[in-house]
Design a protein around this ligand. Sequence first.
Ligand code: GDP
Length: 359
Amino acid sequence: MFNRMPVPDHSTHPNVNPHLSEQIAQRKPNALLPEDYVARLLTGDRVALGRAITLVESARADHQQLAEQIVAQCLPHSGKSFRIGITGAPGVGKSTFIETFGLYLLSQGRRVAVLAVDPSSQVSKGSILGDKTRMFELASQANAFVRPSPSGESLGGVARKTRETILLCEAAGYDVIIIETVGVGQSETAVHSMTDFFLLLLMPGAGDELQGIKRGIVEMADLIAINKADGERKGLAMRAKREYAGALHLFPPKSSGWSPQPVLCSAIENLGITEIWQLLLAYQELTLKNAYFQHNRTRQATFWLHESVQASLHNLFYHNERVQEQLQAVEKAVLDGSMTPFKGAALLMEKFLTPEKIE
Ligand code: GDP
């Protein structure tokens, strides 16, 4: 259970200088050293956390360098949270649910951070998940931290930044991290690969309940919560629950040893919230006992290592001057059929790997 993974008491951190905040306040922002950020972060200072995340999200080389050092120094203080992914179509009630659920967790003595993975803003120039005004009540609580998705980025970029932000939030003492996403592109897969538990939020609707939901998402879910199980929709919600219970039986057993199930809830009427948290705790207890929890984290870390290498190589390749010089011509040749894509790729690789001539 959770008490096997205690969150350190940051208020009494031995390395923290009690006068640090004053000293730092007097310094110019760009004069702050990574250790200044880290020391403040470890005390749970939300301003320092917010600023460190801004550095992680920044495209500036000096910011990235600073962010890298901050994340590295936070690493030994990270990992001690329960990372929960929540996905669902727009309108199912994700933000309402997270607000109700988050407030409940605070009442249980937890510290809750809510992050988002929303690459939609890059494509549509508008966010599906919405902006900072969401979850207003939760965001205003002392032990909660709500941060919108990094914007203007590919899914890979958003995912990497969110992963680093998770580590920062953990170092700042948040012991439940909720990562919200909407099923756009592969965003739910990205969130699944950075969380311990994956919750699919649905709402009851007319007709076939299984329609319109990607099969892969249902298969990834550790729990299906059918929200809006209130008022007129209650009957429909109960029917949906029965249908999902049947559908979930058809999937092969999960390697976590956990059997996912559907539950009913109402974020607005605050129903089913305690039951959902109890199920999450039961999952955590089971997977800590059978070692799946740690195994999954290790596997995820390896996955992200390779993802990062791929992203770096991709960047290096496409920013390489010699590649850039040839790219258009090769693309044209592939398009008009005078060159195969494989030959084109080999040619570009050769350009990429040819060492710079020294004049
Ligand atoms: P999101 O797009 O998934 O984040 O959905 P929102 O949280 O913005 O909710 C969409 C709409 O559903 C809003 O009008 C909410 O008030 C409503 N809603 C959310 N949860 C519930 C619920 O439990 N019951 C009912 N009846 N409505 C809800």
